[in-house]
Design a protein around this ligand. Structure first.
Ligand code: BGC
Length: 369
């Protein structure tokens, strides 16, 4: 396809910018082929594995070439992978960033070569070179987790009953973490001020509650310390956890400290991502009690539609222009809705929608591999 002159002359500023992205500075305009580099953060969690394959499949179905790489939570590796994609001549980058502020230099080169950069799920910060953001309402994720705790504990602001809760948050170098945590904290706050929620550790800020690289082992160790320091004689009623891997680390620490999953003394524990092992625990009542499902098929579709629109010379559809400021500008975003999942509705939400089969849930390994 030639550059769409009509789009350039009469389209929106976004369409013009998008079409111009086809050619680098001083280059002749050339036809876009949809060649896309997909830089994913890690294979350690199910969602990114599913999404990498899904993105490739969808792009290839449109006839576009793809390169898929996983940075395995190592920032220099991801930078090098993106560099190789640029060198291989991709026109689009779909990036699930590892370090949210580490990509400025490589993206500047990408931009100079005329690439379009889509920040995928996690917002890339402190660079002017991000074109679009495809993600979920990340604040709402935290709201759903906190609401689960409120409903399971039957919290009421009129009550004089108190409940002990501990808080976990995600990796500090992931922009999403603050949104998850803020959504959770804003929702729990009235009960903290009302005295119904007590946080015995007093670790209530993002930094002390954070979990570097979302690592379940770090979460397990922190939970073990909290149990040791504050729960020798006190009940623990709930744990706000931002992600299924972290939730399973928390459960491991509880089990090691003789808490019995499924018993009345076992805390309410939240999660995110609807991972098979966590769905199994939710279904069987053997660990966390909730997860937040973000339908990554829809997210992949949003990102692929952005590429497809630009290849076709039009402006990608966005539904939010004023939430995600990356330090340089508000990034045009398409945000999807997360969904609360418990033992009561997991079948309808994740099985009936064919995200996962009942067998995959049942056969999920009990331990981390
Ligand atoms: C994603 C979550 C995921 C976490 C750990 C976040 O950026 O939004 O879905 O649980 O990373 O991989």
């Amino acid at each position: 396809m030639r550059l769409n002159r009509r789009g350039l002359l009469f389209g929106t500023a976004g369409a013009a910018a998008a079409s111009l992205a086809a050619c680098g500075k001083g280059e002749e305009s050339k036809q876009l082929t949809g060649h896309t580099g997909i830089a994913m953060p890690t294979t350690a969690s199910d969602r990114w594995v599913i999404e990498g394959a899904d993105l490739e499949k969808r792009l290839q179905a449109l006839g576009y070439k793809t390169i898929l790489e996983y940075g395995e939570d190592d920032v220099p590796t991801q930078i090098q992978q993106i560099q190789s994609m640029i060198d291989a001549g991709v026109e689009f980058l779909i990036i699930g960033a590892i370090g949210n502020t580490s990509l400025g230099e490589v993206l500047s080169e990408a931009k100079n070569k005329g690439l379009t950069i889509i920040s995928y799920d996690r917002l890339i910060l402190e660079t002017p070179d991000v074109d679009y953001y495809a993600s979920f309402d990340n604040y709402q994720v935290g709201v759903l987790q906190a609401k689960h705790i409120i409903s399971r504990l039957g919290l009421s602001q009129d009550s004089t009953e108190t409940f002990n809760i501990e808080l976990f948050s995600g990796s500090l170098d992931d922009n999403n973490s603050q949104y998850f945590f803020q959504g959770g904290m804003d929702t729990l706050e009235p009960f903290i001020y009302g005295g119904q929620i007590v946080i015995p550790s007093n670790e209530t800020e993002q930094e002390p509650t954070s979990t570097q690289q979302w690592d379940p082992v770090i979460a397990r160790e922190r939970m073990a310390r909290l149990l040791d320091d504050f729960y020798k004689d006190e009940p623990l009623h709930a744990v706000l956890s931002p992600y299924d891997g972290i939730s399973r680390g928390i459960v491991e620490a509880l089990v090691a400290a003789d808490f019995e999953p499924g018993s009345d003394d076992f805390p309410v524990i939240t999660g995110q991502d609807a991972e098979a092992r966590s769905l199994k625990a939710i279904k069987e009542g053997t660990g966390q009690t909730q997860t937040v499902f973000k339908d990554t098929r829809d997210l992949a579709e949003v990102a692929v539609n952005m590429v497809k629109a630009i290849v076709g010379g039009s402006t990608p559809e966005v539904n939010d222009n004023g939430t995600y400021d990356n330090g340089f500008k508000f990034i045009p975003s398409f945000l999807l809705e997360p969904v609360d999942v418990t033992a009561e509705n997991y079948q309808e939400i994740v099985v009936d929608s064919e995200y996962i089969t009942e067998e995959e849930i049942d056969n999920a390994p009990a331990d981390e591999d």
